[in-house]
Design a protein around this ligand. Structure first.
Ligand code: CDP
Length: 205
């Protein structure tokens, strides 16, 4: 069995974690888990009237295939359920097991390097200015056919960052040993190249 090799990628809303994580996973042949999807799936079930703790405790793979998980409403609901310690606790074991699976894994989220896998071999904190992130999220939503405007997306991103950074349980913050990649002035290729270079250096150690 190969030794575990975990890449933890954390950062605020719409910073480009997903794109970078998928590219790093593909480049190094690692499995990838978008942990935000777990919280989005719980949020989506809460919007349908379910108790979020019960939803988190009974989450199944099919919940992650819901096509509405990427909407702005579900994003806000996700950050609301993410404040609840029992919701986070219910999702912990699955994420930890995924992080340490043989063959290695990339996980992206808010607390991967701080709480889920503090022993991760590589920790990245991917960030960008709120305006840049809102512009990117607006383009992404438009591509998916969701009509909205810049000011609404910017306000959504800021509300969510505020909730994520100020919660008591597993707040969003860089791990002490994380390397920060600020993508405000990097295009996608440059951001991916920066991440691959950091991961490649650690993998060779
Ligand atoms: O894609 P985006 O960065 O907009 O959000 P996401 O990664 O899908 O996460 C949605 C929400 O889930 C976040 O705003 C957090 O409140 C929560 N989340 C979390 O608390 N911990 C994680 N590891 C991942 C997401």
């Amino acid at each position: 069995m190969m030794a575990p090799f975990t890449v933890a990628i954390d950062g605020p809303a719409a910073a480009g974690k997903g794109t970078i994580s998928r590219a790093v996973a593909a480049h190094f042949g690692l499995a990838h888990l978008d942990t935000g999807l777990l919280y989005r799936a719980v949020g989506a079930r809460m919007l349908l009237g379910e108790d979020p703790i019960a939803a988190a405790q009974s989450l199944v793979a099919r919940d992650l295939e819901n096509p509405d998980l990427r909407t702005a409403d579900v994003a806000q609901a996700a950050s609301k359920v993410a404040v609840i310690p029992e919701v986070r606790a219910a999702l912990l074991d699955f994420q930890r097991a995924f992080a340490r699976r043989s063959g290695g894994a990339v996980l992206d989220g808010r607390d991967i390097g701080t709480v889920i896998c503090p022993q991760a071999e590589v920790k990245l904190f991917v960030t960008a200015s709120a305006e840049v992130r809102a512009r990117r999220r607006l383009a992404e939503l438009a591509e998916r056919g969701f009509e909205t405007d810049f000011d609404t997306v910017l306000a959504d991103v800021k509300t969510r960052d505020d909730r994520d950074m100020n919660r008591a349980d597993a707040p969003l913050k860089p791990a002490e040993d994380a390397e920060t990649i600020d993508t405000s002035e990097l295009d996608v290729d440059a951001a991916i190249a920066a991440a691959i270079s950091i991961v490649g250096a650690r993998k060779a150690d």
